[in-house]
Ligand binder design. Structure first.
Ligand code: ADP
Ligand code: MG
Length: 723
């Protein structure tokens, strides 16, 4: 070991108890394992932290002292100033000081500790619903205490619920600076965290990873200055600046974080080109046959995207291309043509969709297109009967299958391809990082470096700047034009009170040969309630339209039944389809020209846009009626206005980004992967731009600095970003 390590008492208990424990633990003991000691990280090992604390830190993603340096405050408490009780503002947490005049355990309405303190200006109630006997003792009559919390004006006058309380003497000094409050986990107190962080700040090397000239040019502070400032803000700093994260110290941290992300993605991008993949040269035999059998010609945008994909597939390294295009822009045919290029070269293709309904639809479409050319399409999903599944698996493993279509069942270990060269993921934002990684690994056999090419498709249009930055590790193709002859969907906003008119409209449409969707209200909180609502909606719609053939589809139907309902709707046997949002992605029935969405005010922008995209797929003039219930919240009103005014998915996405922020917009890619903790892509696009430029420059001119920066920021988490 590099140095003797003293066991450090770490606990969340009040100072008195802590002092006692500290003197009772004189043992010298190391928590660093021998393995750590031998590793090059030895000097980074945790010192003097108890095992239990280490476990809790791990839960916070802290696995090395440097992670503590980067564990920055969530917010700050202002304990530098004591407010008179009579004058304490109630909008935020404040510090008051007073003498306890009374303290009792009350039993009604439930057991609680109720304490009154008085400071000469007024009386404040402190209320504790959970408390320890020691707390009651601390608050004995006559003690002088400081309480920190939010003052609420209750029925019995001002009170604080669960304030942080400290016993003081008259001369106990106030905090000189703002108190940082850290994100934490159960059983890990702020005090413990603060002390561990203090230590880490002393022990870690905080020298800048970036050339000082770079930092200066961006007018950012040095790294050590920034972290010290954020962990220990000086007395004169203004709370609001720090909370808003606009302070230069915060900007430096965000810059560093985004730089690490950009570096990692660019390095992955470069590394991918060094990996092997089958070079699939376009033979233009099968693809030509499919193209000439289509009743339409590709749009210019489709042709451009296809050219890009074709070129990538012919390379001996794996393609990772994101194909973006608004709903209805015609991504599926591009996927089919890409697939044929793989098959022309004697390889297999996998196509995966996030819902069974969509996968099923792809299966039918591909079967239709490819059977005519004499190719085998195999269906694989969770609900398959055992015999059928065995057959499917066998066909995939033996190479009889040319294209396997399915849901995430395609990920399962038992699915082994003879010779997979292209994995296509539709609606990729619905999948998690790990799932996509699993599919990519499918084609990678042990001892073989070759990977399949990957084509990801998304109808959640991400504003271009964001896509280029956030997906810096991918190549992006955009289909920015709809097939000709489509008339934009007309959107109508109708208050629920005018239902009768809507009913008449649906009747008229269906009686003249059109088909319609009736989308049930969304109940996000509960699947059971969602089902109940769907069944009720179905009943009331049936009652309202006795003369129409009404169908119902929802997520809980058995897959055979789902298939049957969708097929009947496709054939026109069902005129009016009552549906939950399961139809949101991908469903394509050209004769459906009217959609009613109930309680549209509950849905998000991209969801509304996706749903609306189910109509307007044929030549007929289509309408989407958004039924809403008053009163509307301001956000709901804004959403409805945006969806009413915009038909272009990119415009809708731009507004969505503004309202919701990119985390939700980008979907599953973020969930489960703590990619960005500090930067906010919606607000920090300027910092992102700077980070992207710097990343490119560093990789070219100063790779050592780039590596040092990545090591500092990502540590062991580097792997997760390589998807
Ligand atoms: P999305 O991009 O939303 O996945 P689809 O691939 O489902 O869109 O295509 C929507 C519809 O448009 C399909 O019925 C498809 O056959 C049709 N389509 C695709 N490309 C064209 C084109 N160039 N001209 C006319 N119709 C097209
Ligand atoms: Mg689609």
């Amino acid at each position: 070991m590099p140095r003797a390590v003293k066991k450090h008492a770490v606990s969340a208990s009040p100072p008195a108890a802590r002092a006692k424990r500290a003197t009772s633990t004189k043992r010298t003991e190391s928590n660093a394992s021998p393995a750590t000691a031998a590793s090059p990280q030895a000097s980074y090992g945790f010192t003097g932290v108890q095992k239990a604390t280490l476990d809790k830190l791990t839960r916070l993603g802290i696995t090395r002292p440097f992670d503590l340096v980067l564990h920055l405050p969530l917010r700050y408490d202002d304990e530098t100033h004591v407010y008179p009780i009579s004058d304490a503002p109630s909008a935020h947490d404040v510090l008051v000081e007073g003498r306890v005049v009374e303290c009792d355990v009350k039993f009604r309405p439930r057991r609680q500790l109720v304490c009154h303190i008085e400071d000469g200006t007024g009386v404040l109630t402190l209320r504790f619903l959970n408390f320890y006997p020691s707390q009651a003792k601390q608050l004995a009559s006559g003690s002088l205490v400081r309480a920190f919390g939010e003052v609420r004006h209750g029925f019995f006058g001002p009170e604080m619920v669960h304030p942080r309380v400290k016993t003081v003497r008259d001369e106990t000094p106030l905090a000189k600076a703002l108190t940082p409050v850290y994100p934490t986990t159960a059983g890990l107190g702020q005090e413990t965290l603060r002390r561990s962080i203090e230590r880490a700040l002393k022990e870690c090397d905080l020298a800048d990873t970036l050339p000082l000239a770079t930092i200066a040019a961006l007018r950012l502070p040095r790294f050590d200055e920034a972290v010290r400032f954020l962990h220990n803000p000086p007395p004169d700093v203004v709370l609001d600046d720090l909370q808003a994260r606009e302070h230069p110290a915060w900007r430096r941290i965000k810059f560093d974080e985004l730089l690490a992300q950009q570096l990692s993605m660019r390095m992955h991008y470069t590394k991918r080109k060094a990996a092997d993949a089958p070079a699939l040269r376009p033979q233009r035999t099968l693809t030509q046959r499919l193209l000439s059998s289509l009743p339409f010609a590709l749009t210019r945008a489709q042709q451009r995207a296809l050219d890009e994909v074709e070129r990538d597939l012919a390379q001996p390294y794996p393609m990772q291309r994101l194909l973006q295009g608004d709903v209805g822009s015609g991504k599926t045919i591009i996927a089919a043509l890409a697939g044929l290029q793989a098959i022309e070269n004697g390889s297999q293709v996998a196509i995966m969709a996030p819902t069974e309904i969509l996968a099923e639809q792809h299966y039918r479409k591909f079967s239709g297109w490819l059977a005519a050319i004499g190719l085998n399409v195999t269906w694989i999903a969770g609900g398959l009967r055992k015999r059928d599944k065995q057959d499917a698996l066998h066909s995939i493993a033996s190479g009889t299958t040319h294209v396997a279509v399915g849901t995430h069942a395609l990920f399962e270990d038992e699915v082994q391809f003879a010779n997979l060269a292209l994995a296509i993921v539709d609606e990729q934002h619905r999948f998690g990082v790990h799932q996509r990684l699993a599919l990519r690994m499918k084609g990678t056999r042990p001892g073989q470096r070759s990977q399949p090419h990957q084509l990801m498709m998304s109808a959640t249009p991400i504003p271009r700047t964001l896509a280029m930055s956030y997906y810096a590790d991918l190549d992006v193709s955009v289909i920015d034009e709809l097939p000709p002859g489509r008339t934009p969907v007309a959107t109508r906003l109708v208050a629920d009170t005018r239902r009768d008119e809507v009913v008449q409209r649906v009747r008229d449409a269906c009686m003249t040969g059109s088909q319609a969707y009736w989308v049930c209200p969304l109940i996000e909180e509960s699947e059971t309630l969602q089902l109940k609502t769907a069944l009720e909606t179905y009943e009331s719609v049936q009652a309202a339209f006795p003369e129409l053939r009404v169908g119902l589809i929802h997520g809980r139907l058995k897959s055979d039944d789902k298939t049957a309902v969708m097929a009947a709707f496709q054939r026109g046997e069902i005129q009016l389809l009552v549906a939950t949002t399961v139809i949101e992605v991908g469903v394509d029935v050209a004769n459906a020209s009217l959609m009613i969405i109930e309680h549209a005010e509950r849905m998000g922008l991209s969801q509304l846009h996706q749903l609306r995209g189910r109509v307007g797929r044929g030549a007929a003039h289509s309408t989407c009626i958004l039924l809403y219930q008053n009163p509307l919240t301001p956000t709901a009103r804004e959403r409805l206005k945006i969806i009413y005014e915009n038909t272009d998915g990119f415009e809708v996405a731009r507004h969505d980004l503004r309202i919701r922020g990119p985390g939700e917009l980008l979907g599953a890619r973020q969930s489960g992967v703590p990619m960005l903790r500090f930067a906010d892509l919606a607000l920090d696009l300027d910092i992102l731009d700077a980070a992207r430029d710097t990343a490119e420059r560093l990789l070219r001119d100063d790779p050592d600095a780039a590596h040092a920066h990545l090591a500092r920021w990502l540590g062991g988490r580097h792997e997760l970003l390589k998807v």
